[in-house]
Design a protein around this ligand. Structure first.
Ligand SMILES: Cc1cc2nc3c(=O)[nH]c(=O)nc-3n(C[C@H](O)[C@H](O)[C@H](O)COP(=O)(O)OP(=O)(O)OC[C@H]3O[C@@H](n4cnc5c(N)ncnc54)[C@H](O)[C@@H]3O)c2cc1C
Length: 464
């Protein structure tokens, strides 16, 4: 695609709530792409647009990552940090081949990015859409401190969130037709990066120093899952060949492990959504399996970003529909048969073998099967003092241990399970009120749940 055609196409992904590309460039200053959510050099809309603009004005392009050093105090554990840093090392190597400068800044991004921009005069900053309160605050702070236009690009969804819908959608059924209406127009690949013409002479990142300076919480078993874009592409290929066939009938069975297990790669941006859906569309698998996957990966995933984009605090019970808040309030004082402290939940010490197995799977692998995530969160509601507390605990454990945690999909999943978001009222019962209920008997009826529990027996953390 010619650069000017691609530029117009990519500009459609610029969030209108923030700045747009200036018509006039007053000075010959560089372009910065602040890599926030999309940790990849290829198939990255924000980065490619930044390069087109830099080449158009014959100025340098620099890719910048900024990370606080005290991630241990932000509930980030070592294996998650390692997954992220190794992925970024691969990004730097790919950028080097394209002669694009890369700078890893250690410190609070709202201080480090302005300091970088001060040192290296910058005409504009492009970054990724990440529709969560913490990043909205970062955008505002950085814009205020630098005075440089900040362009926010949706590099995550197939269709820009604001084009799919101008409002928060009620449920999958309301967003689905809007998504498919726009899908063909927007779900297109990005061209490869070119060799960068103008580049700043920056020192290559010292990964040893980065790893030494950034600290995360210890005490959890290391992961076997390989990280980075190459590993993600391999995992995608394997899924398409081995498990996409029968995805429709087998994806819900926790013992079968038939899902893609690609979520961590999407969360860190190792894969672009459009390259995954293209691989699914081109696959030889039966159409019903492809449709079932695209329902999760396009409709459900895009619904999560829609929810977070249009909700001021998507991590709170106030974001739940009114009927759900009312029913949970009415059942707040219902007696709970079992209650557990945070530590008991964290270490999988409940009376429920299926729940413990799910928690153990998470502790040991950084991943819990999708069907069990629903059960897991609903039991936290059943065993907590109230729904607010249940949401708080579920978010805390989810974000601490899930490799794909801290994601709109997670906040929406938790609010769906505990507070009826994107769901409807069901038959009223104790504790849950009209929130949809799940129980162990249901798991036993549907699956060979004992195979799953046998697979993920409780081990103490020191054994792992
Ligand atoms: C309580 C709870 C917590 C969750 N926490 C997270 C989380 O922290 N991070 C996260 O990415 N997802 C979360 N989910 C959504 C979903 O369970 C996971 O995305 C999925 O299980 C990941 O496994 P997979 O890649 O094998 O899924 P697959 O079945 O292979 O699905 C393919 C992709 O589609 C998307 N997807 C699948 N199901 C959903 C869904 N329900 N909502 C939105 N997107 C979906 C994901 O990107 C996923 O990787 C949560 C759901 C619940 C109910």
């Amino acid at each position: 695609m010619p650069a000017d055609t691609e530029r117009s196409f990519l500009q459609k992904f610029i969030d209108p709530q923030h700045d747009s590309v200036p018509q006039e460039w007053s000075k010959k200053e560089g372009v910065v792409y602040w890599m926030l959510r999309e940790h990849r050099a290829k198939q990255n809309r924000g980065l490619r647009l930044a390069q087109i603009l830099a080449h158009e004005h014959n100025v340098p392009l620099t890719v910048v990552v900024a990370m606080r050093p005290d991630l241990d105090t932000h509930n980030i554990i070592e294996r998650t940090l390692d997954f992220m840093l190794t992925g970024l090392e691969e990004v730097e190597a790919t950028l080097q081949r394209k002669k694009i400068a890369f700078s890893f800044l250690i410190g609070d991004p709202t201080n480090e990015i302005p300091a970088f921009v001060k040192k290296h005069p910058t005409q504009l900053i492009l970054t990724d859409l990440f529709p969560l309160p913490v990043y909205r605050q970062w955008y505002d702070d950085i814009k205020k401190k630098t005075g440089v236009p900040l362009i926010v690009v949706d590099g995550h969804n197939h269709i820009p969130v604001w084009i799919t819908s101008e409002k928060r959608e009620y449920a999958a059924r309301t967003i689905r037709p809007k998504i498919w209406k726009h899908y063909k127009t927007f779900a297109k690949p990005v061209s490869n990066l070119e060799i960068q013409k103008q580049t700043l002479d920056l020192k290559a990142a010292s990964w040893q120093t980065i790893r030494k300076k950034i600290t995360a919480q210890k005490g959890y078993p290391p992961l076997e899952k390989p990280t980075g874009r190459q590993a993600a592409r391999k995992a995608l290929k394997q899924f398409v060949t081995d498990r996409l066939p029968h995805y429709a009938d087998r994806r819900n069975d926790p013992a079968e492990a038939h899902t893609s297990q690609l979520s961590a790669y999407f969360h860190f941006g190792h894969l672009a959504a459009t390259e995954v859906s293209a691989a699914i569309e081109e696959a030889k698998a039966p159409q019903k399996d492809k449709d079932a996957f695209l329902e999760e990966f396009v409709v459900r995933k895009e619904l999560s970003d829609n929810f977070c984009y249009y909700t001021a605090n998507p991590l709170s019970i106030q974001a739940a529909p009114e009927w759900a808040q009312t029913t949970l309030q009415e059942h707040k004082s219902d007696a709970r048969e079992h209650t557990y402290r945070f530590q008991e939940l964290l270490t999988a010490q409940t009376h429920d073998p299926a729940w413990n197995a799910a928690q153990n799977q998470l502790l040991q692998t950084g991943y819990m099967h999708g069907y069990m995530r629903m059960y897991w969160a609903k039991k936290i509601l059943e065993w907590s003092k109230n729904a607010e507390k249940a949401i708080e605990i579920a978010i805390q454990i989810n974000d601490l241990l899930e490799l794909d945690g801290r994601d709109p999909n997670g906040y929406v999943g938790i609010l769906w399970a505990i507070a009826g978001v994107h769901d409807r009222p069901w038959q009223e019962r104790a504790v849950f009120g009209k929130i949809r209920y799940m129980n162990f008997e249901g798991l036993k009826r549907k699956f060979a749940i004992e195979d799953y529990t046998a697979q993920w027996e409780t081990k103490s953390l020191s054994e792992t």
